[in-house]
Design a protein around this ligand. Structure first.
Ligand SMILES: Nc1ncnc2c1ncn2[C@@H]1O[C@H](COP(=O)(O)OP(=O)(O)O)[C@@H](O)[C@H]1O
Ligand SMILES: [Mg+2]
Length: 325
């Protein structure tokens, strides 16, 4: 029998102590492993700290934690498992300094801990711990796939970055991942808005109704329940995928970013942003081997400028969020 418990739908909005998270949380997700999530999250974290922001990188790929390696650090002696296991009372206590001033790492290294089998209480405890962290930015490096736990950690963020490569299987898996996030959010809001019976009925009849996309579902909801449908559309606006295309090799590859963005618009009926591409560069593994992050080792590479662009896009959003409050 599966040990996996289902987290309550509103659990990813649970915020202990504070009404809002203390920091701007950026989640990096993808449908497929090996596309560069850890590379993007660690370098994004390095660049943000270099821009003057207090930043914490949280390695939530608990089964295969390697953020310390991509930062060029040794394996920390403490980490998430000490917090989840109750050895320490706050995540702040397991955030270790790195060679970059203003950047700390919360390591996910522990062979016994896997994000997929964290029990309900531990997951909720971990989310509260993340919300309680005090930093300008918190970057969440996630594991691949659509496990509910991964999706919930992705959705707890205020900025949702999806990384994929130009390969068809990576693009396909990314849509699958985004779709899982989208439906998980709808589930959360359908309960709040009392739309469960309507949505269940539509889903049971989606073939005769000709519904082929999440957007089709939303339109049918709006047709049947105009006011609540509008509220649902409004609530879903918080989920705005930011597309990062990694390991591009040609100009044609780069165009895929815009295509995915417009498919996202049509499929989900929500705006998405293509916030940048990162080209394939041997500098990545060379710097990994030397344990010297790109920012230090290849400051004149094109990749450096491309990561900087992504970091700027993320900080621009933070300023907008602050102004909106
Ligand atoms: N832009 C890139 N150019 C060259 N190699 C890359 C690039 N991005 C990632 N890689 C390499 O791809 C592999 C997988 O990257 P990683 O960040 O660990 O993926 P994920 O976290 O999605 O599983 C690593 O060996 C990494 O060095
Ligand atoms: Mg990884």
């Amino acid at each position: 029998m599966s040990k996996i418990k289902t987290l309550p739908l509103d659990s990813f909005t649970h915020k202990r102590g504070s009404v809002e998270p203390q920091s701007n949380i950026i989640a990096i997700g993808s449908g497929k492993g090996g596309v560069g999530k850890s590379f993007v999250s660690s370098n994004l974290a390095i660049f943000l700290s270099n821009m003057g922001y207090k930043t914490i990188l949280v390695d939530l790929d608990l089964g295969g934690a390697n953020a310390h390696t991509t930062l060029g650090e040794g394996q920390p002696k403490i980490g998430i498992s000490d917090y989840v296991g109750g050895k320490v009372g706050s995540l702040e206590q397991v955030a270790v300094g790195t060679k970059f001033s203003r950047l700390r790492l919360i390591s996910g290294c522990n062979d016994d801990l896997d994000i997929a089998n964290l029990d309900l209480e531990s997951r909720s405890h971990l989310m509260s711990g993340i919300y309680d962290l005090d930093s300008d930015f918190i970057v969440l490096d996630l594991s691949a796939g659509t496990h509910q736990s991964t999706v919930d950690f992705f959705l707890m963020a205020s900025q949702h970055l999806t990384v994929f490569t130009p390969e068809p299987s990576s693009i396909e898996n990314s849509y699958r991942f985004m779709k899982a996030c989208y439906f998980r959010s709808i589930k959360r809001f359908e309960r709040q808005l009392g739309l469960q019976p309507v949505i269940t009925d539509i889903m049971q009849n989606k073939e005769p109704l000709g519904i082929k996309s999440p957007y089709g579902l939303m339109r049918e909801v709006s047709y049947r329940e105009p006011e609540k449908g509008m509220q649902l559309f409004k609530k879903m606006e918080y989920l705005r995928f930011k597309i990062v295309l990694n390991q591009t090799r040609t100009y044609k590859d780069v165009d895929i970013g815009d295509s995915v963005k417009s498919v996202c618009n049509k499929f989900f009926g929500l705006p998405a942003d293509f916030i940048g591409h990162l080209e394939y560069d041997n500098a990545v593994w060379q710097s990994l081997r030397k344990r010297r992050p790109l920012l230090l080792e290849y400051p004149h590479s094109r990749l450096y400028a491309q990561i900087l662009n992504i970091a700027k896009s993320v900080t621009a959003e933070r300023r907008q969020l602050k102004t909106a409050v």
